[in-house]
Ligand binder design. Structure first.
Ligand code: FAD
Length: 433
């Protein structure tokens, strides 16, 4: 019989340092084989030059280089997770598979199936909290029910955080416990049927200055003063514990509160998985959306005639990123001015955003549409013209993304603001009263 080993299954935690599940694997009493699976059920839904797949592949290469230097290596597979584990089992005797928690509905179902499969083969499946500070029902009301409003959630989150030291996991100090391997299965992008994207994921910046000045600067898209951390938290190329530690040491906790928004929406999706498809407030699913396909196309391509909306959509299409202020405006414009179902906008963002995170995307889309927990009230309708005065007075952001913009010659507005506002109020009111 072959010597038993343990597996560490990488998913959305692509780093060697401060990785909780990896730490537990490497400090177990067996040598560890790290693996990554390109899940065909996920890949099949993506365009072949998806920039997130390019990014993910590069990050796997980074890990691979570091492991090769110490005589170890990552094994990369392509297929359905159960089939891959079957294949791994033909070559190895496995005692335990270690991995980190994933809270999305698809991942929860996948992990349940993998757990059953492994247990049926006499293999342990151990999973850990890694991508958040507080997960699942760690922050709930006194009666055990989940918070549906951000402010009390954040207060309890901060209070719980203050009473405990952040525990880091020194996985990087235990790398000698990876198996020394002669051969490594590493797949190229072409092996998984993809090509390299020309759009690159921006690197993140979380300096003391950024955190200290975040509150004053974060609302102005032309300043480019936010961290760009979203994608890195999504793929785990950075440790959330390290970011929260930094953010909590500033005298100004506005940036920390954004990281708490991320956890707020994660626990909402975990407690209420049906909100991935349904409006949180069921009466809002009675809204009679117009869902005009031509108007949707104009919104997607940034040709609505409202320059700040158009600038945001063009930034998204060209870079895979859009500033939060502008995300709120384009989201509100789609649902309220055009009366297009928030699910259409959510799906478009899911396809384009580098930092796409199911819980944050759904939570924020339901927020702008007024259909979600703690949502913006439906009668609050952003005016896409006065928003320019507030957030891009000098038109710097607009000129960057809509260079042809001139006040009197720009394309005609797709819908008149006053008319759209009244139409929206009428349709929403009919649905919810
Ligand atoms: P920063 O401003 O530097 O904030 C730091 C981090 O805090 C972010 O990276 C993110 O992890 C977290 N954060 C900040 N604001 C929010 C928020 N409102 N909700 C949840 N987390 C937040 N964020 C995503 O991470 N993924 C999404 O798919 C996503 N979809 C969105 C859709 C809409 C319609 C709207 C209005 C917002 C969405 N957001 C989403 C939230 C927010 O716009 C982005 O997190 C932020 O713009 C990312 O840029 P940054 O990393 O520079 O953020």
């Amino acid at each position: 019989m072959k010597t038993p080993i343990n597996i560490f299954w990488y998913r959305r935690d692509l780093r060697l340092e401060d990785n909780c599940g990896l730490f537990h694997a490497l400090t177990s009493d067996k040598k560890v084989l790290p693996i990554f699976i390109f899940d065909e059920d996920i890949l099949n839904k993506l365009p072949k030059d998806d920039s997130r797949v390019t990014f993910l592949h590069q990050e796997l290469e980074n890990i691979q280089h570091q492991l090769l230097e110490i005589g170890s290596g990552l094994s990369v597979f392509h297929g359905k997770p159960i089939a891959v584990f079957n294949e791994v089992l033909t070559n190895h005797t496995i005692e335990t598979v270690f991995t980190n928690h994933d809270y999305e509905p698809y991942a929860i179902q996948r992990d349940l199936e993998i757990k059953d499969f492994l247990i049926s083969k006499g293999i342990n499946f151990k999973t850990y909290k890694d991508q958040v500070i507080f997960e699942k029902d760690e922050i709930v009301k006194k009666d055990g029910t989940p918070y549906k409003v951000y402010t009390p959630f954040s207060k309890i989150w901060l209070a719980a955080f203050k009473t405990q030291e952040i525990q880091f996991f020194q996985s990087e100090e235990n790398l000698v416990n990876f198996i020394k391997k002669e051969t490594h299965q590493f797949l190229s992008l072409a092996d998984i049927g993809f090509t390299e994207s020309t759009i690159k994921v921006a690197s993140y910046k979380v300096s003391k200055n950024l955190i200290d000045t975040y509150e004053e600067t974060r609302n102005f898209p032309a300043k480019n003063s936010t961290s760009k951390l979203g994608t890195h938290l999504r793929f785990g190329t950075v440790s959330v514990r390290k970011m929260v530690d930094k953010a909590s040491k500033s005298g100004n906790i506005t940036f920390l509160k954004e990281l708490i928004w991320r956890e707020f929406f994660m626990q909402i999706l975990w407690h209420f998985p049906h909100t991935a498809k349904d409006s949180f407030k069921p009466q809002y699913d009675r809204i009679v959306w117009r869902n005009n396909e031509e108007e949707f196309k104009a919104w997607c391509t940034g040709e609505t005639g409202y320059p700040l909306v158009d600038a945001g959509m063009r930034e998204l299409n060209q870079t895979g990123f859009m500033h939060n202020r502008v995300r709120m405006l384009v989201g509100s414009f789609l649902c309220k001015h055009l009366l297009i179902d928030w699910r259409w906008g959510e799906a478009y963002f899911a396809e384009k955003l580098h930092d796409y995170e199911q819980s944050s995307n759904i939570g924020n889309w339901q927020w702008v549409a007024g259909t979600g927990v703690d949502a913006s009230p439906y009668f609050r309708i952003f005016n896409p013209t006065t928003q320019i005065q507030k957030f891009d007075k000098e038109l710097k952001y607009i000129q960057k993304w809509v260079p042809e913009f001139q006040e009197f010659t720009y394309s005609k507005e797709i819908v008149e603001h006053k008319l759209a506002r009244e139409r929206c109020l009428k349709v929403y009111k009919e649905a919810v009263q």
